[in-house]
Design a protein around this ligand. Sequence first.
Ligand code: CTP
Length: 398
Amino acid sequence: MLASKRILLIIGGGIAAYKSLDLIRRLTERGAAVTPVLTRAAEEFVTPLSVSALAGEKTYRDLFDLTDEAEMGHIQLSRSADLIVVAPTTADLMGKMAAGLANDLASTLLMATDTPVLCAPAMNVRMWDHPATQRNLAQLTADGVRFVGPNEGDMACGEYGPGRMSEPLEIVAAIEAPLSDGPLSGKRILVTSGPTHEPIDPVRYIANRSSGAQGTAIARALSALGAEVVFVTGPAEVPPPDGVEVVRVETALQMSDAVEAALPVDAGVFAAAVADWRMASASDRKLKKSRDGLPELEFAENPDILKRVSGMTRGRPGLVVGFAAETDNVVEHASAKRARKGCDWILANDVSPSTGIMGGSENAVVLISEDGVEKWPRMDKGLVANRLAQKIAETLAR
Ligand code: CTP
């Protein structure tokens, strides 16, 4: 719920601006007060009249409108909100924000503010993939700007790929997380999830089995308690949850880099099934069957991300949670793993095929910490996630 929360909504000039009208409705019906700002380009797509009618507030448009300056200067306008949402965020707005330009009301507000900013990008897929946009994305993320989307799909321009603005309810979820008054609000938590794929050649890879279901459920549960979640995911079967910052990776090395970039965090939950090995050098051409027999594959060891983070002397998260997927002597092996990796808690589970846990909807875990061994009954992965999130909240509150 967003009762009494103030949101400054900057609407950029893109076809997705029509979705922002629905976004205003969704926000106001949840009790938020929405102050709309239209860029000049946005006025080509939606009218100030419809925006104001839905928001029930004046729409701000022009930096040099003296009446507005007399009523509420742009500095005050930018700071009186709990959150600034830029939806749609065009490539142009991202460029301005990353470069620190301030030549119209929207960009000036974004420069003048000390309020958290959430961007919902929308643009053509080539524009999103363009190195300049990706550079701007990296810069803005480093500056602390949060992103929701873009989603992948058919685009108004007839192309397919990432670039569609997130749906209004996804944006609402991303708005609710940092504004919620839950026990984890103000906490930043990293979750790794899914498998990693280690290429052998352009068409083959090695991987661990993992649907990503448990990691996704944990990220969702942490976010529901108000945490700001960075979700670093390999190519999982389950789509990532709404309202979290999603960083998609393919390999263990990329996951390791993404984890490093996400630090510092208050807690890290390492639910990913990281491949322990990669090819010493992946072939850039498809390996062909030959009369010389089987190909010789030379392996190299991947970094142990959990161990690396657990062993950090500076900037170690206050709580580090690892997983142990075992097929026998679960508690014994997982306790040894906890000691070896140096994490605070290990959630161990029996993944022998007979349990049906791998790829299934339920999990039976044992939580091992310095306090001992806690056996949880078999339950839905969502409930395991809720219980873990609750326990993390209690521990971080101490
Ligand atoms: N993990 C990691 N980086 C790796 C391997 C594992 O961060 N390169 C993390 C996993 O996310 C999980 C924990 O370590 O939280 C345990 O993973 P698991 O695959 O069970 O352990 P292994 O290190 O592979 O140990 P073993 O092969 O002895 O089972």
